[in-house]
Design a protein around this ligand. Structure first.
Ligand code: SAJ
Length: 519
């Protein structure tokens, strides 16, 4: 690191004094809580929340300035804090708001620090390339109004190398200033989860990575006041980018390890959950076995993309940079592919169960799939044609309305392609606002309607409603002697459903998946 530039930058920061005015670009589920927490800290005097006055999201400006949160869902404490910092709660800020939302980007020039919290979603989940356009536009806007002695911080999840690469280049190009000399630049990745936004920002440790030590130190001054339980963890900007992507890559890897073991247990005819209890029992000093849970798949906007951010961070260094064994795929990408296989596995379980039900129906006398012949297998692949499937749970998380990149979607598409009729139930997800719901797919809250006449009931989300389903009542609605139940989230008691005459399949339940039918 060039100490001269740091000296110049340090002098600029000292001349400007402590951070007082802050700008937050992007009034989304990351930017809004970040902005109001900065505003509520006594160390800072004013926070601008920058929001485009666009047709789709310009409404947020008026809502925020009147003390109302534009975010969906419950966010404990957020609405009160917004009202407080905009001075709408009759409290200390009534005369002079500490937070104001605006589309006037020229106010960036008044800021001592500017943070950017702009999402980098996949343009098309199939090609795994993030759409950096909104973030690039935001960085360009900051560059246009950047003044010497300002600190710029990226909070979005980005490909490692972005802060010291693309972001730095754009800021310098637009401002004619030099990063690390005239302005500070850092990456402080957000670690918020919907439903716990304020708590996460206050209590999670905060990774703070500057392009040089002076930027890192300035960024610590910015984030320190909003932390309660959380600690500051300073590092380089690229290390911060890798930390963020790796923490989700490792979670995805752990889930994939559980999913692979569950598939092994099914093949070996044993109960994954017994094995998990056994593995998890190995505890003691320094011994860890973070064995997670298998399931119908991995959804969301974190785990489904952050691995590919990390991979791109290495790939862009060129083939000579990484020493890696020949012909071995990335463990991380393999984990992604295992997790993305689980919806297909759910379909295979559904086919197998429908085949067993059909054989029983045909009175073929065979009560298990052991004795199925080649012909049966051929029938098996057509078994989905005309089958009525009740898909329970469109959200990617239990008891949540979040359906981003839901694993239920590839299952739905494959079942429809095989000629099945699929009806979807979810008590949380609103069809009108859920992203990427396939054309022709409806999502209803009427569970009876979805179950009525179903040949197979397939559980994709572990919503609490599904944990108390009564086999006899569901069977009544299905109206057939051996309905199928496929449990993707271990919410059903196999014996209760098998005892009621169902053909049961469950992820990881090799001990039950070959059960004889109960007439
Ligand atoms: N899942 C499994 N088995 C598990 C855990 C999760 O199949 O043992 C599935 C879930 O069903 C879901 C997907 O993985 O489809 C993701 O679940 P998640 O609990 O990881 O929830 P996310 O995607 O909201 O992850 C976020 C991340 N937080 C941030 O990026 C700030 C992640 O780093 C957190 O660890 C996670 O929340 C959390 O722990 O709540």
């Amino acid at each position: 690191m060039n100490t001269n530039t740091s000296t110049k930058l340090q002098q600029l920061f000292e001349k400007r004094g402590p951070v007082k005015t802050i700008g937050v670009i992007g009034m989304g589920y990351v930017g809004i809580p970040a902005a109001v927490l900065f505003a509520d800290a006594s160390e800072f005097s004013l926070v601008y929340g920058f929001q485009r006055a666009s047709k789709s999201s310009g409404y947020k400006i008026g809502m925020l300035n009147s003390g109302v949160s534009p975010l969906k869902g419950e966010e404990p404490g957020l609405e009160d804090l917004i009202a407080k910092v905009v001075g709408k709660d009759g409290g200390e800020n009534s005369g002079k708001p500490k937070f104001t939302c605006t589309s006037d980007l020229s106010k960036i020039a008044e800021c001592d620090a500017v943070t950017l919290a702009i999402q980098t979603p996949f343009e098309n989940p199939k090609d795994l390339i993030p759409n950096f356009t909104p973030l690039i536009e935001g960085i360009r806007n900051v560059g246009r109004y950047l003044t010497p002695g300002t600190l710029v911080v990226l909070e979005s999840t980005i490909t490692p190398g972005t802060t010291t690469g693309m972001a730095r280049e754009i800021l310098e190009e637009e401002s004619w200033l030099v990063a690390g000399e005239d302005f500070g630049l850092a990456h402080a990745p957000e670690r918020v989860m919907v439903g716990r936004l304020l708590k996460n920002i206050r209590e999670h440790d905060r990774i703070v990575g500057g392009i040089d030590n002076v930027s890192t130190k300035r960024a610590c001054e910015l984030y320190g006041p909003v932390l309660t339980k959380g600690e500051l963890i300073p590092m380089s900007a690229t290390a911060a980018e890798v930390t963020k992507t790796a923490e989700n890559t490792f979670r995805d890897l752990q889930i994939a390890a559980a999913n692979q073991l569950a598939l092994y247990c099914e093949a070996m005819g044993i109960n994954f959950y017994e094995v998990r209890t056994g593995v998890d029992s190995l505890k003691g000093e320094g011994i860890t076995r973070a064995i997670l849970w298998p399931g119908a798949g991995v959804g969301g906007h974190c785990l489904t993309k952050d691995t590919y951010h990390l991979e791109r961070g290495v790939e862009q260094l060129g083939p000579e940079a990484l020493d890696w064994p020949d012909d071995i795929a990335s463990l991380y990408v393999s984990s992604r592919l295992i997790n993305d296989f689980m919806p297909s596995h759910m379909l295979h379980l559904t086919e197998s169960a429908l085949q067993q039900a059909a054989l029983a129906q045909a009175g073929a006398g065979r009560t298990d799939t052991e004795t199925m012949t080649e012909t049966d297998t051929e029938t098996k692949t057509q078994i989905l044609k005309g089958a009525k499937i009740a898909l329970l749970g469109w959200a990617f998380l239990n008891d949540s309305d979040d359906a981003r990149n839901t694993p239920a979607e590839p299952f739905y598409q494959a079942a429809i392609a095989a000629g099945a009729e699929v009806r979807i139930h979810d008590p949380w997800v609103d069809r009108k606002t859920a992203p990427d719901v396939p054309e022709g797919a409806d999502i209803t809250r009427d569970l009876d309607a979805v179950l009525r006449g179903a040949d197979a009931v397939v559980i994709f989300a572990g919503h609490k409603e599904y944990r108390t389903l009564a086999p006899a009542e569901v069977k009544e609605l299905c109206g057939c002697s051996h309905p199928v139940l496929v449990d993707g989230r271990n919410v059903a008691d196999p014996d209760a459903w098998i005892g009621a005459g169902y053909v049961y399949r469950g992820i990881g339940r090799g001990d039950k998946n070959q059960h004889p039918l109960v007439e």
